[in-house]
Design a protein around this ligand. Structure first.
Ligand SMILES: [Ca+2]
Length: 96
C-alpha cells in the first residue's frame, strides 16, 4: 500500500449487523459488494488488531461457506458472529 488511508470507526456501543456491514463496505476496494480476504485484512488492520493477516485467514475459513474466497452479502452475518466470538474484541472497542 503506497499511501495511508483513513477509515471511519464503528459506531459507539452495540453494533448491529447492519452497522457492521456498513463499516466493512468501506474496505470493499473493488466495489463488488463482497469482502475478500485481503479487504478483510485491511479492515482488521484499520482497528489495530494484531495478526490481522492470520485472523483474516481464520475468519475466511469459518465464514466463507460457499468457498468463493469472499464474504458475500449473505455471509456477512456469519462474519459478524465470528468477530464477536473469536476476535476477542467487543464491537464497541473497534472505535478508535
Ligand atoms: Ca463466499
Amino acid at each position: 500500500m503506497a499511501f495511508m488511508r483513513y477509515y471511519r470507526g464503528l459506531p459507539q456501543g452495540e453494533t448491529t449487523v447492519e452497522e457492521f456491514r456498513a463499516w466493512l463496505s468501506q474496505f470493499d476496494a473493488d466495489g463488488d459488494g463482497r469482502i475478500s480476504r485481503e479487504e478483510l485484512e485491511e479492515a482488521l488492520r484499520s482497528v489495530n488488531l494484531w495478526f490481522a493477516w492470520w485472523k483474516a485467514r481464520e475468519a475466511m475459513r469459518a465464514v466463507d461457506a460457499n468457498r468463493n474466497g469472499a464474504v458475500d452479502a449473505d455471509e456477512m452475518g456469519r462474519l459478524y458472529a465470528f468477530a464477536y466470538k473469536h476476535l476477542h474484541i467487543k464491537m464497541s472497542q473497534l472505535e478508535e
